[in-house]
Design a protein around this ligand. Structure first.
Ligand SMILES: O=C(O)CCC(=O)C(=O)O
Length: 256
C-alpha cells in the first residue's frame, strides 16, 4: 500500500489522511476478537458522564496489537508521512459500546504528550476501524488544517484532557469539521497537533478501533534517553498479524 504523492501532500495540508483497505477483512476479524468488551478496567468519562473504554499496550512484540503496529501497511505509511524514522510510542484499543459509549472531548494529542517532555510535535497516530465508523456510533472528527496552528492550552474535562474550550469555540468557524467515516479496515492517519474529538455512540453497534502512536526517533524528550539510543519501530512481515494469531491460537470473530 504505497502512498501516492497526492496523499502525502493532502496529509501535510489537512493534518490527517483516511486510507481504505489498510487491513484485510480477516485481519480485522482477528483483531476484533481480541477486544475485551467485558473489561471494566479502563473507563474514560466525558463531560456528560458517559464512558469510553481504552486499553493500552506499550511494545511491539507481546500482543497482537503490538504486531499490528508493525504491519508494513501501517508503519511504512507512518514513516512516509512523518518523513523520518520513527519509534513506537504506545497503542490503545478504544471501545464505545453500543448505545452507551461516551464521547472524547476536543484535544490535540501533543496537548498532553508535550507534558511528557517531547520537544517537537514530530509525532503522529493512526486509528484503524475494526467496525464501520460513522456519526451514529461516534466516529472520530477532525478539524481540517488545525495542526498548522500549533499547540493549544489543555486542561481537565471530566477525566479526560481537553483543549481550552473558550478559545476553541471561537476558533471553530475558521475550520472545517470532518467526520472520519470509515469502513472496517480503513485507517485515519493524523498529526499530533490535529484537533480531534468523537461523539457518543447512540447506535445499536459497538465502535472498536485500535490506535497506534509513534514519534520521530530524532525527537528529543526532556529526561528521556538520547535520540541516538532510540530503537526504530520494527517493520513486520506482510502477514505479521495472521502469523501472530496462528502462533497464539487466536481465532477471528466475524462482524456482528
Ligand atoms: O477513539 C476515539 O474516538 C478518540 C480517541 C482519542 O482521541 C485518543 O485516544 O486520543
Amino acid at each position: 500500500m504505497p502512498l501516492t504523492q497526492g496523499q502525502v501532500a493532502r496529509y501535510h495540508r489537512d493534518g490527517y489522511l483516511i486510507v481504505e483497505n489498510v487491513l484485510t477483512p480477516r485481519e480485522v476479524e482477528l483483531l476484533r476478537a481480541q477486544v475485551n468488551i467485558a473489561d471494566p478496567a479502563s473507563g474514560f468519562t466525558d463531560a456528560s458522564g458517559k464512558t469510553s473504554r481504552l486499553s493500552f499496550w506499550g511494545d511491539t512484540h507481546s500482543t497482537i496489537w503490538g504486531a499490528a503496529s508493525t504491519c508494513p501497511r501501517i508503519i511504512n505509511a507512518i514513516r512516509i508521512l512523518t518523513g523520518e524514522e520513527v519509534t513506537f510510542f504506545h497503542g490503545k484499543v478504544t471501545l464505545k459500546e453500543a448505545g452507551t459509549g461516551g464521547a472524547w472531548e476536543w484535544h490535540q494529542d501533543f496537548g498532553y504528550w508535550y507534558d511528557q517532555g517531547y520537544i517537537f510535535p514530530r509525532m503522529m497516530s493512526v486509528s484503524v476501524a475494526l467496525d464501520a465508523n460513522d456519526e451514529a456510533n461516534g466516529c472520530l472528527r477532525v478539524l481540517r488544517g488545525s495542526h498548522l496552528m500549533g499547540r493549544m492550552t489543555h486542561g481537565r474535562i471530566a477525566n479526560q484532557t481537553g483543549a481550552d474550550m473558550e478559545r476553541l469555540t471561537k476558533m471553530m468557524p475558521f475550520f472545517e469539521e470532518v467526520p472520519a467515516v470509515m469502513p472496517p479496515g480503513a485507517a485515519l492517519f493524523f498529526h499530533c497537533n490535529t484537533l480531534h474529538a468523537s461523539g457518543q455512540n447512540t447506535s445499536d453497534r459497538h465502535r472498536r478501533n485500535f490506535i497506534a502512536c509513534y514519534y520521530a526517533s530524532a525527537n528529543p524528550q526532556i529526561g528521556g534517553p538520547p535520540p541516538a539510543q532510540r530503537v526504530p519501530c520494527p517493520v513486520g512481515a506482510e502477514d505479521v498479524i495472521e502469523r501472530y494469531a496462528a502462533e497464539h491460537n487466536l481465532v477471528p470473530v466475524p462482524a456482528a
